[in-house]
Ligand binder design. Structure first.
Ligand code: ADP
Ligand code: ZN
Length: 597
């Protein structure tokens, strides 16, 4: 079925376990990173078994794309939502009553209606698939109250088998999902969060426009997203990139609805468009061939960062990311947290999330290790991040580390960064006097450095695992076993100088560009022709290009140059329905290319 309908050779990691559990009739919670192929986990079982699968999804745009893709594969799918006209919805209801549909996509607020529930009973619903299941949790940043009613929908349908899917990993969210969507704990699978095809890099802002421009330049002709902190910046950067000869558009929530969907559609449907956008862009964009993501400004949190860069390379091919961060970004974020009127509990969580993000920016070692460590995973050095590639300048910071950690220990491991920084720099401070800390031997031993340096040192010690943070009161540092070894002089620690050395520009094509087969000397001509045909077919159907075929499929075609449908059948992403529909047209292009020599 995988080969026949989807045209895939094998499962992606994690899919097979989840699919087996679903086929065995179990309730399942699957936590899998973006791009790991969650949709297949309910689509394939639906086709293998009989009955209807109801897919709950929060976003209409996303439903539309998925339905389009399924229909292109020859699968009876439809969506029921407020964007359809009455006739369309009536047709869908009719198809449901006649049990003709295999997958129905619906927004949660639609599902909870009594008439929908009745309809689903009639339609023989066999599986409830809840996408973006973390939306049920108040802890997350995507909380949607409508999701809370889904547990009730499940019961109303007689405890229908349920598969909840999400890319948000942390334990509190997982607990919340189980509590609110299931009666008993479901079978839970948590896939590694690693996305080895994403190259990770971060740089302090020096001249950020220039940095963005250089980064986009090495990916000329590829699709990419440049995330900006403000609406104004989306416009400035889009204009800058247009000036440099890129096809660049801007996107933010303040734009007219029509202009917004236009930008989004162009980005989805055409090749090689760069979109400068606020984070309003991307929820529900599952374009598989985004080749790069650049954060022109510091993202909100590690979760947000990972979700945003995760929009690149969903097809599994190499994709490139770059995040720029500046002191101003950090100050702004810190003051937003402090000045908000959120309850103290919430602020504390926000503060520690923010420190973790800063620690990632300033990580002294492999970024992927630091990142996955944040999600509770151990990982080897990746070799494909800027730090593994040798981008950071470090110095022997053992003495600094010892000073900072003895400040932590001498104050009883009860204080946070700000108090300790004042202690180390020997500040004239009331709190220090009150605690008698101005009499400690550590008082003022760090006077040779400024407060910002010391803050950075604390973050780096945290990133290196020498100190750990307890999030009570204002956050208190503790020295870990690894930290004690450094304190006793048994081990050394290298710290980063606060700014990276301006690195030599990467020359030539980026790995992402190479993977996408861009102006490659040999097969470039054929690839361009194949893409032109794809665009023509997609336009004719008013669908995004990737609904016809993904980049990876065209790349393989350009390399394998199939001339018969049997050969074409072997290409990634070519299933029976697409072969019937598009096979001849693409084969024609290949044959003509070969004939032209
Ligand atoms: P997620 O929802 O986990 O972010 P999707 O379900 O949107 O991921 O899948 C991402 C991409 O991976 C899609 O283009 C999909 O067609 C592709 N994909 C899914 N499963 C496989 C597989 N087994 N082999 C190859 N490609 C796959
Ligand atoms: Zn690395």
């Amino acid at each position: 079925m995988l080969r026949q309908v989807f045209g895939f050779d094998g499962f992606r990691p994690g899919q097979e376990e989840v699919i087996s559990a679903v086929l065995a009739g179990e309730d399942v919670l699957a936590v899998m990173p973006t791009g790991s192929g969650k949709s297949l986990c309910y689509q394939l079982p639906t086709l293998v078994r009989s009955g209807l699968t109801v897919v709950v999804s929060p976003l209409i745009a996303l439903m539309r794309d998925q339905v389009g893709q399924l229909r292109a594969l020859g699968v009876e799918a439809a969506s029921l939502n407020s964007a359809n006209d009455i006739h369309e919805n009536a047709r869908v209801c009719q198809a449901l009553r006649e049990r003709r549909l295999r997958l129905l996509y619906a927004a949660p607020e639609r599902l909870v209606r009594q008439e929908t529930i009745g309809l689903l009973r009639q339609a023989g619903a066999a599986l409830l698939a809840i996408d973006e299941a973390h939306c049920v949790s108040q802890w997350g940043h995507d909380f949607r109250p409508e999701y809370l009613a889904l547990g009730g929908v499940r019961s109303a349908l007689g405890g229908l088998q349920t598969l909840a899917l999400t890319a948000t990993a942390d334990a509190p969210t997982r607990g919340d999902i189980t509590l609110k969507l299931f009666q008993a704990a479901p079978r839970t699978f948590v896939r590694s969060f690693d996305r080895p095809n994403l190259r990770l890099a971060m740089q302090p802002k020096a001249n950020s426009r220039r940095q963005v421009e250089d980064f986009v330049a090495i990916h000329r002709g590829l699709s990419g997203i440049v995330y900006c902190a403000s609406r104004k910046r989306t416009k400035t950067l889009a204009a800058l990139l247009r000036g440099a000869g890129h096809r660049a558009l801007s996107y933010h929530a303040g734009m007219e609805q029509a202009a917004r969907s236009q930008s989004q559609d162009i980005f989805l449907q055409e090749d090689g468009v760069v979109i400068a956008a606020t984070v309003a862009f991307g929820m529900g964009i599952d374009k598989p061939d985004v080749r790069f993501v650049c954060h022109a400004d510091l993202p909100q949190s590690i979760e947000a960062y990972y979700q945003e860069i995760g929009r690149a390379g969903r097809d599994g091919l190499p994709a490139d990311t770059l995040t720029l961060y500046g002191l101003d970004d950090m100050r702004l974020r810190r003051s937003q947290i402090e000045e908000s009127d959120a309850p103290e509990e919430r602020k504390r969580i926000e503060r520690s999330r923010f420190s973790a993000l800063v620690a990632l920016c300033e990580a002294p070692r492999c970024r992927r290790q630091t990142l996955l460590g944040y999600f509770g995973e151990m990982a080897a050095q990746c070799g494909t991040c800027d730090l593994c590639e040798g981008g950071a300048e470090t110095f022997d910071g053992t003495i600094e580390a010892q000073k900072a950690m003895s400040a932590v220990l001498r104050t009883g491991e009860r204080f946070g960064t700000e108090h300790l920084v004042r202690l180390l720099t020997g500040a004239d401070d009331e709190a220090l006097r009150r605690w008698g800390h101005d009499a400690l031997p550590t008082f003022g031993v760090g006077g040779d450095r400024g407060a910002d340096d010391w803050r950075s040192i604390f973050r780096q010690l945290y990133a290196a695992g020498l100190i750990s943070l307890e999030i009570i009161d204002h956050g208190r540092w503790r020295v870990t076993d690894a930290g004690r070894r450094v304190l006793r002089g048994e081990e050394q620690i290298h710290l980063r100088k606060d700014t990276l050395r301006p690195r030599a520009k990467r020359r030539g094509r980026s790995p992402a560009a190479a993977a996408a087969g861009l102006p490659g000397p040999s097969d470039g001509v054929l690839l361009t022709a194949l893409k032109a045909l794809r665009l023509e077919l997609a336009r004719a159907q008013g669908q995004p290009a990737f609904v016809v075929f993904g980049d990876r499929t065209l790349l393989e075609m350009a390399n394998l140059k199939p001339t018969t449908s049997a050969q074409l059948r072997e290409v990634y992403g070519v299933g029976q329905a697409k072969l019937d529909r598009y096979g001849e047209a693409f084969l024609d292009v290949v044959r003509r290319h070969l004939a032209a020599g």
